[in-house]
Design a protein around this ligand. Structure first.
Ligand SMILES: Nc1nc2[nH]cc(C(=O)O)c2c(=O)[nH]1
Ligand code: SF4
Ligand SMILES: [Mg+2]
Length: 208
């Protein structure tokens, strides 16, 4: 089994419910979307072919969480890689855009599905179906706070998602990042929403 890989590195998990967790990152190649604000456009490339053994050799074994991200990692069959990571005792996080449903087999292996459905601010108009609620949490990138949060509210209602499973994340491209966080916090407080607001930790501390 071979994978198309963009990069492998170790850092602190910067996003979502598991923010702050030391983690290896395996960034798999290519994506089925082309979000206008994508912060990893280099992941759209074809990448380098690697075997599971080659990937495992590159991760820091003492860091016992591994995040499989992309691009869109579910374009490749991650089951064999995930099984190998489990066999060495790793917790596994998958970062996905939510357009590809994971198999039942994969759902049993993965600890955290960090799902980022794309709003219209991405340049895409997508049809999602989360009726089986397979995400551990749903993370939305907010570019235009009022408009985007309205869209999240509609999304969550129409998909029957528990609002406590929703995380709002400001657009990392904003140069006034702290303001961007504050604008979202203010709306959540003003409107009494149950969503959480989380910045990207790696964006703040300047690491990968
Ligand atoms: N530190 C750090 N945390 C991350 N969480 C999700 C990432 C991603 O690019 O998918 C990411 C990333 O690129 N770096
Ligand atoms: S789904 Fe993620 S990796 Fe793909 S284009 Fe959008 S932001 Fe970039
Ligand atoms: Mg990233």
């Amino acid at each position: 089994m071979k994978y198309r890989v963009i990069e492998i590195f170790t850092s602190v998990q910067g996003e979502g419910e598991v923010i702050g967790t030391p983690s290896n990152f395996i960034r798999l190649a290519t994506c089925n979307l082309r979000c206008v604000w994508c912060d990893t456009k280099y992941s759209w490339e074809i990448g380098t072919e690697m075997t599971i053994d080659e990937i495992i050799a590159k991760i820091d074994k003492k860091i016992r969480t591994t995040t499989i991200t992309g691009g869109e990692p579910l374009l490749q069959n991650v089951v064999p890689l995930a099984k190998e990571l489990k066999s060495i005792g790793h917790k596994i996080v998958i970062e996905t855009n939510g357009t590809i449903k994971p198999s039942e087999e994969l759902r049993k292996i993965i600890d955290v599905f960090s799902v980022s459905p794309k709003l219209s601010n991405s340049g895409h108009k997508l049809k999602y179906d989360f009726s089986d609620d397979w995400a551990t949490y749903y993370k939305f990138v907010i570019v235009y706070p009022n408009k985007d949060i309205d869209e999240v509210i509609k999304f969550v209602e129409s998909q029957n998602i528990n609002p406590r499973k929703v995380i709002l994340q400001p657009d990392g491209n904003r140069s006034d990042y702290i303001n961007a966080i504050n604008e979202i916090v203010q709306i959540v407080l003003d409107r009494g929403l149950l969503f959480r607001v989380l910045p990207q930790l790696h964006r703040i501390i300047g690491v990968r």
